[in-house]
Design a protein around this ligand. Structure first.
Ligand SMILES: C[S@@+](CC[C@H](N)C(=O)[O-])C[C@H]1O[C@@H](n2cnc3c(N)ncnc32)[C@H](O)[C@@H]1O
Length: 202
């Protein structure tokens, strides 16, 4: 059997994607108490979560819980050349992987996003256009989640978005206390299917 160039290319792409999924699975299982999942987000979920962002205007975007960078890559593809993406990832293996991305617009922090305020102060950032969060809110201690949500709201600019996906609606009431304007979406083509909270600061 002879393969043509596009079949060989397709084989390598599929193989690399599979390897990335396996690597994510291995690390996520090892740190399940902080990762909250074993499968990276699907392209359908990523498309939906990034939809509200106007990339032609966004100057500062923040990502919480970048993991293996599956959403990070998509943000970088769309991000303006003069804008910045600040990523928080507590898992050192994932953080080391993110460091291989080599993009001058990307600022990586191997620390908890509960430090959002002090990092913004350090970087002289007055306001954030949008926060994209994959944090497993339900397994993070309440006190920390509260701090993350309130400080994120504070750092966001008016009409800015806090975009969060979750596998249930159990956090809806708590988020609603902070963001009065929440638009809910759902993506079935994800493992597991996920709700997307599109929270607007008004
Ligand atoms: C569900 S995974 C999401 C990975 C990737 N963004 C995706 O969508 O496939 C959640 C990630 O959040 C990270 N994480 C958990 N708590 C965190 C915190 N307080 N600050 C920053 N990252 C955190 C975990 O290490 C994990 O990589």
């Amino acid at each position: 059997m002879t393969l043509n160039f596009s079949q060989i290319k397709c084989y390598f792409i599929k193989n690399t994607t599979l390897q990335k999924k396996k690597a994510f699975f291995k690390e996520a299982v090892k740190s399940i108490k902080t990762s909250g999942t074993i499968v990276p987000s699907s392209k359908y979920l990523i498309q939906k979560i990034l939809k509200p962002i106007d990339f032609s205007k966004a100057k500062v975007i923040v990502e919480y819980g970048s993991g293996n960078g599956i959403i990070t890559k998509e943000i970088l593809k769309r991000l303006d050349k003069d804008s910045k993406l600040i990523c928080f990832e507590i898992n050192t293996e994932f953080y080391n992987h993110l460091k291989t991305f080599k993009d001058s617009r990307l600022l990586l922090f191997n620390e908890s996003c509960e430090n959002i305020k002090s990092i913004c102060d350090q970087l002289n950032i007055l306001e954030i256009d949008c926060i994209i969060s994959s944090l497993p809110l339900t397994i993070i201690p309440d006190k920390i989640t509260k701090k993350i949500l309130t400080e994120s709201h504070y750092q966001l600019k008016e009409n800015g978005y806090f975009l969060q996906y979750q596998y249930s609606l159990s956090y809806y009431k708590k988020i609603k206390k902070i963001y009065k304007n929440i638009d809910l979406d759902f993506e079935i083509r994800n493992i597991p299917p996920a709700f997307i909270y599109k929270c607007k600061k008004i």
